[in-house]
Design a protein around this ligand. Structure first.
Ligand SMILES: Cc1cc2nc3c(=O)[nH]c(=O)nc-3n(C[C@H](O)[C@H](O)[C@H](O)COP(=O)(O)OP(=O)(O)OC[C@H]3O[C@@H](n4cnc5c(N)ncnc54)[C@H](O)[C@@H]3O)c2cc1C
Length: 430
C-alpha cells in the first residue's frame, strides 16, 4: 500500500527539486509552511545529480565565506559523509574552479531526500505541470501524475525548474533567447590509460573524421573550429562536450537535445574505439539527462545586469550573494567567454530578481532569475542557485504566515529568518 497521498491544499508549491528547489523546500518547511515539491524526474539535486555536475560552487570569495545556509550545509555534510576534505578556502585559488566542492552525486541526492523528509517536505517525483489557474489570492495547479491529472491549491508558487516552466504557465513574462549556451552530456568513460595515448595523433585522426562527417568538433570538446579531445579523454568524459543550437525549455526541445547528445556520444565512441590504446574504451555511466546551461529567464522587478554583477552593486533589498566569473559558453565558435571578477568584488542578488513584474504570490529561484545573459552566465551556478532557493523558501513561508505578498514581507523579517537558518544576507545599499 502506498503511504504517500497527494495533498489537496498547501501553503507553498515548488516545481523542480533541483539545486534551488531543495533548499527552497527545506527552508519553507522549517519555517512552518506546508510544502509540496513536484519533480519531473526520479531524484533530487537537478543538474548537480541528474546531469552529473557534482561540483557546487562557489561559496567563498577572497578568503571568506559569502554563501552559506541550507545548500552549503548539504554540501558540507555530503563531503563529511563520504570521508572527503573541503578545499582550503583561506586564500583565493589559482583557478576559480578549485574552490568548487566535489560531492558524490548519489549520496548528495540521498542526503537531500533525508533532509527534506526530516523537515516535513512532501515530495512528488515523476510528476510534471499541466496547468495553473488563479483562484482569488491562491493558485490551483494541475499536475500530471503517473496515474492522471490531479489538482492542488497553493498560496504561493515557487518556480525552480531552471526553465521557468511554472512561470510561463502562470503568465509571467520571460526572456527566451534565440541563441542559448550549448548543453553538455556528462559521462564516465573507462577502459584506457590517458597517459598512454598519443593525443596529437588521435586529434589528427579526429580532424580527418570531422572532414569526412563521421565526427563533429564539439563531440568531445568546446571548440567548434577543431576537435580537441584531450579534455574529454583526460577527464573520462566529464563536462567536456558541447551540443549547440537547441532550445531545451520544452519537451520537444529536450527530446531533440537528448537524442542529439546521445548521437554525439555514439559518433565519438565509434571513432575513439578505432584509435590506438582505445579499443577497450567503455562508456560506464552517462548522466540521466543532458546538462542544460540556459533556456529562459524571468522579467523581474529588478534585472541584474552584467554591469551590476561585475561592480558588485549594492541593492536596497538584497537576499544573497553570488560569486563566480562571467562564464558564457558561446553559442557560436570558440568555447568559453570567461571574465574573472576584480579582487574584492562580491556581487549580490536583490529580492526583485526573484519576483515577476505583474504576477503576485509567485517567486522564481535558480538559474531563471531575472538577469541579462552575461550576468546570468555567472548567476546560474550552484551555490548561487542554492542561496536564491533558500531566499525564495523563506520569503514564501513568511508571506504565508503573515498573509502578505512576498514583495511585502519586511526586509528585516526576511533577513532574520534567513540568518536564523544559517544564510548570509549581504548589506543593503545605504
Ligand atoms: C554541463 C554543466 C556544467 C556546469 N558546471 C558548473 C560548475 O562547475 N559549478 C557550478 O556551480 N555550476 C555549474 N553549472 C551550472 C549549474 O549546475 C546550474 O545552472 C544549476 O544547477 C541550476 O540550478 P536550478 O535549480 O536552477 O536548476 P536544476 O538544478 O537543473 O533543477 C531544476 C529541476 O527542476 C526539474 N524540472 C524541470 N522542469 C520541470 C517541470 N516542468 N516540472 C517538474 N520538474 C521540473 C528538473 O528535473 C530539475 O530537477 C553547470 C551546468 C551545466 C549544464
Amino acid at each position: 500500500m502506498p503511504t504517500r497521498s497527494l495533498p489537496t491544499c498547501v501553503d507553498v508549491l515548488i516545481a523542480g527539486a533541483g539545486t534551488a528547489g531543495v533548499p527552497a523546500a527545506i527552508q519553507a518547511a522549517r519555517a512552518g509552511a506546508s510544502v509540496l515539491l513536484v519533480e519531473k524526474s526520479a531524484m533530487p539535486g537537478g543538474t548537480t545529480t541528474a546531469a552529473r555536475v557534482p561540483f557546487p560552487g562557489i561559496f567563498h570569495a577572497w578568503g571568506k565565506q559569502v554563501i552559506a545556509g541550507i545548500g552549503w550545509d548539504l554540501v558540507e555534510r555530503c563531503v563529511a559523509e563520504c570521508g572527503g576534505k573541503l578545499p582550503d578556502f583561506s586564500t583565493p585559488p589559482a583557478a576559480h574552479w578549485m574552490h568548487q566542492v566535489g560531492v558524490q552525486g548519489p549520496v548528495f541526492a540521498a542526503l537531500c531526500d533525508e533532509t527534506m523528509q526530516q523537515a516535513g517536505v512532501q515530495v512528488l517525483y515523476h510528476t510534471m505541470l499541466a496547468a495553473v489557474a488563479r483562484t482569488g489570492q491562491d493558485w490551483q495547479v494541475t499536475l500530471c501524475t503517473k496515474t492522471g491529472l490531479a489538482t492542488v491549491q497553493a498560496r504561493i508558487l515557487i518556480d525552480c525548474t531552471g526553465d521557468a516552466n511554472l512561470a510561463a504557465l502562470a503568465g509571467c513574462e520571460l526572456i527566451i533567447p534565440e541563441h542559448t549556451q550549448p548543453a553538455t552530456l556528462c559521462c564516465l568513460s573507462g577502459g584506457y590509460d590517458p597517459k598512454a595515448l598519443d593525443l596529437p595523433a588521435i586529434e589528427a585522426a579526429a580532424a580527418q573524421a570531422v572532414a569526412e562527417g563521421r565526427l563533429h568538433p564539439t563531440d568531445a570538446g568546446w571548440d567548434r573550429t577543431r576537435p580537441r579531445l584531450g579534455s574529454w579523454l583526460n577527464s573520462f568524459g566529464n563536462n567536456a562536450n558541447h551540443i549547440h543550437g537547441i532550445q531545451a525549455r520544452t519537451s520537444e526541445g529536450r527530446s531533440e537535445l537528448e537524442i542529439e547528445a546521445r548521437a554525439a556520444l555514439l559518433r565519438l565512441y565509434r571513432f575513439l574505439r578505432t584509435q590506438p590504446g582505445l579499443a577497450g574504451l567503455r562508456i560506464q555511466a552517462v548522466a540521466a539527462e543532458c546538462g542544460v546551461r540556459e533556456t529562459a529567464t524571468l522579467v523581474g522587478r529588478d534585472t541584474i545586469t552584467a554591469q551590476d554583477y561585475v561592480t558588485g552593486r549594492l541593492w536596497s533589498d538584497p537576499v544573497c550573494h553570488a560569486f563566480y566569473p562571467i562564464d558564457l559558453h558561446t553559442s557560436d565558435g570558440g568555447g568559453l567567454d570567461c571574465r574573472q571578477l576584480q579582487p574584492g568584488v562580491v556581487p549580490s542578488v536583490p529580492r526583485g530578481a526573484l519576483l515577476p513584474q505583474q504576477v503576485d504570490n509567485f517567486i522564481v529561484a535558480g538559474r531563471s532569475l531575472s538577469s541579462d545573459r552575461l550576468a546570468n552566465s555567472a548567476l546560474r551556478v550552484q551555490a548561487t542557485s542554492m542561496a536564491t532557493g533558500q531566499a525564495a523558501g523563506a520569503m514564501a513561508a513568511l508571506a504565508c504566515s503573515r498573509d502578505l505578498a512576498p514583495a511585502d514581507v519586511p526586509a528585516c523579517q526576511l533577513r532574520a529568518l534567513l540568518e536564523q537558518h544559517g544564510a548570509i544576507v549581504p548589506p543593503a545599499a545605504p
